[in-house]
Design a protein around this ligand. Sequence first.
Ligand SMILES: Cc1ncc(COP(=O)(O)O)c(C=O)c1O
Length: 379
Amino acid sequence: MTESAAGRKTAKPPQRLFIPGPTDVLPDVLMAQTEPMIGHRSAEFEALFAKVEDQLKNLFYTDSRVYIVAATGTGLHEAAIRNGVRGRVLNFVAGAFGQRWHQVSLGCAKDAIRVDVEWNTAVKAETVARALSEALDSGPVDAITVVHNETSTGVISPLDEIAEAVRSLSPDTLVMADAVSSFAGVKIPFDEWGLDVCLTSSQKALALPPGLAFCAVSDRVLERAEEAPGRGWYFDFLNLEKSLLRNTTPATPAISLMRALSVQLDHIFEEGLPQRYARHARLAAATQEWAMTRGFELAAEEGFRSPTVTNVANTRGIDVKDLNAHLARSDMSISNGYGPYRDKAFRIAHMGETDDSDLVRLFDAIDEYLATMKPLFGE
Ligand SMILES: Cc1ncc(COP(=O)(O)O)c(C=O)c1O
């Protein structure tokens, strides 16, 4: 049994999905969803809610609150904008999901300013400070949005430095972060970093089925929400807050997914948070090393490479579809490059419950495929 699997009641089967979500889910977590239904206004449900809420606050390192919604991360992109933005928002776009948040901001009819950052590079504090101070010249900026870990490029941005830069320039500007593919794979101390919204989805490093989304929200956002027009209803943080104080949700919660969440959170704390983050860092380093020693280059900017997904530049010109067909014979898959990087790169995710032996199995299978290709250096 591997280090990460030690102490688990059910053995971890070998990883199948090396795509950046959905990730494989442990068998007992999947099984938890088959429990019979309970009424969502029952004491039993409230106890379940209180337990997972407490664990999620620990995982976000926050004393404030974590909203749990039956939606995906994109739903919370919309919630953050509707609750935290009255007028202007600055959306930093360094990949597909930064772009998504910008589209959501426009869709919510906000004055959304798009700040483009070269793909495969990080959003840096200096860039944020420059764009924010320029925007502030023509009026207040309610919030900035930034993707912590751009799944499309495999780049992680220095969220702590970004938050600090925003705070010192404009204390009234809320800092909203998408941690969809970093949360639970890397430490994100919400309170210490002074974040206002940090949102994530269930199907990435949390290793749960898709369908739940979570966000830590500061008091400052709730104050702002009082003045934000068009908050809607389903994602109105003031509604969610009233229910949260009673350990429930305004609408019917996804009870089966909440049961799975409860079991998986126990696994996460059993493994230990420092151990979990160290495992993700170790798997990222192993993947980077494997890629480099096989003659590939890494697409993501050095110093900002993601701990959860490695973006490999396809410098050997392999046919990614053909490689995936080869991997499928051993019930495994990886991801192609995203959007404009299709076939120019491929992405290997190492998040959730993946462990060292899973990567060895994957690398062996890719090596087997590479051995069938023409020698790279003309040996
Ligand atoms: C960084 C990032 N943000 C947002 C999303 C959208 O999340 P969801 O599909 O849960 O709405 C994704 C999905 O891959 C993502 O990787």
